[in-house]
Design a protein around this ligand. Structure first.
Ligand code: PLP
Length: 401
């Protein structure tokens, strides 16, 4: 594509696409591994992977071949019929999460939405119809549909869409002791991101994990782990909740699971699944052949060395980030994260650093105003990490926050 077509791309969007995203001025046209190419011929190192989605990197030959084969074979039949891949994927996910049943959907917010509905359905089936409330946390982000938005904390996302669903209380993630006062026998579920992504890459503290476990045990409330961003192997474990001492009854998955093909999944324990009835929930596309095929390719890769690779390169990434932070104590306040989700918390707005990095050929993004977030593809190499961190450091220096 020439720069003339870039103008066309932008003009067309301006005229006919709902202006709801603030896009950065780049038109990506193709990619390979951890690298993206733009229409002006520039190459970028992608440390964002489409917000944690392109887990196998770009242009992955095995994934591309499987998608092409599936497209030529059968793409979609609906959930009115069996097909050969959904049960196979559910079995693999069940083994990886320790939760016996899967409900497939198309996005993270739908996976969260399903978990919220299944939690309410669980108590309704048991005759505990007063148990309808949810407890979520400060700085949480669970998606944009009405249910997920209702348990999302930031007023910026919620405000224009009030009234949201009633009966949601927000506990302070910084005050584990206060959780006990919010959770009682009218609480259907506590919902937590084991590592908050949009909220600034903030892992649950051991104290908060203990308070959550105690509150669930005392009150009988279910625990929903939203692992849309932190799950599917991103932290080096398939789920990050286990690593943090949490044992959820329901888990929401999305993003990396489809490696770029939209898929979401709600995983349910046998106990919860037994209380959900045929017809209670559903979706036209959920778990279609294309999405399941892509997710199976991703899981194959994960189990054939990619998960070990994530752990190895993660150690390298965090060593590098901590060294960068130590060299720039006036700019960098904190380094947080695990595996291949990392946040560099700055002492000022992170956007100028993000822009400077993009100018220098590195794609990262900002969350929670001050945090530079890194979500590289799982295939990123140590050499690419060194290259990316050098660009990030040059961008910090250039901006002089
Ligand atoms: N939950 C978490 C933790 C997320 O990070 C996101 C998206 O960023 C969502 C839910 C919503 O996912 P989606 O944008 O696929 O609907």
């Amino acid at each position: 594509m020439s720069s003339e077509t870039t103008v066309d791309v932008k003009t067309l969007e301006l005229e006919h696409v709902l202006q709801i995203y603030r896009r950065l001025p780049v038109v990506f046209t193709h990619g390979r591994g951890s690298r993206l190419s733009a229409d002006d011929g520039r190459e970028y190192l992608d440390f964002l992977s489409g917000i944690g989605v392109a887990s196998l990197g770009h242009g992955h030959p095995g994934l591309a071949a499987a998608i092409a084969d599936q497209a030529a074979t059968l793409l979609h039949t609906s959930n009115l019929f069996f097909h050969p891949l959904q049960g196979a994927l559910a079995t693999r996910l069940s083994a990886l999460t320790g939760l016996e049943r899967a409900f497939f959907c198309n996005s993270g917010t739908e996976a969260v939405e399903a978990c919220l509905k299944f939690a309410r359905r669980h108590f309704h089936t048991r005759g505990e119809t007063h148990r309808t409330k949810f407890v979520a946390f400060t700085h949480s982000f669970h998606g944009r549909t009405m249910g997920s938005l209702s348990v999302t904390w930031d007023e910026h996302y919620r405000g224009p869409f009030q009234p949201l669903i009633p009966g949601v209380a927000f506990a302070s993630a910084a005050e584990p002791g206060a959780l006990a006062y919010l959770v009682d026998d009218s609480t259907a579920a506590i919902i937590i991101e084991p590592i908050q992504g949009e909220g600034g890459v903030r892992p649950v503290s051991p104290e908060l994990a203990a308070a959550i476990n105690a509150a669930c045990a005392r009150s009988g409330a279910l625990l929903i782990a939203d692992e849309v961003q932190s799950g599917s192997g991103r932290t080096g474990q398939f789920l990050s909740s286990g690593m943090l001492g949490l044992t959820p009854d329901l888990v929401a998955l999305g993003k990396a699971l489809g490696a770029g093909v939209p898929i979401g999944a709600a995983m349910l324990s046998t106990r919860v699944a037994a209380t959900v009835m045929p017809g209670d929930h559903g979706t036209t596309y959920g778990g279609n052949l294309l999405a399941c095929r892509a997710a199976l390719v991703f899981l194959d890769a994960l189990e054939h060395g990619l998960q070990d690779h994530v752990r190895r390169v993660s150690a390298h990434l965090f060593r590098g980030l901590r060294a960068t932070a130590a060299r720039h104590p006036n700019i960098v306040a904190d380094v947080r994260g695990a595996g291949l989700i990392a946040g560099l918390d700055l002492r000022a707005d992170a956007q100028p650093v993000i822009n400077a990095a993009l100018d220098r050929g590195l794609v990262v993004n900002r969350t929670s105003t001050t945090v530079v977030r890194l979500l590289p593809p799982y295939v990123v190499t140590e050499a690419e990490i060194d290259e990316g961190l050098a660009i990030l450091e040059a961008s910090l220096a250039a901006v002089k926050v």
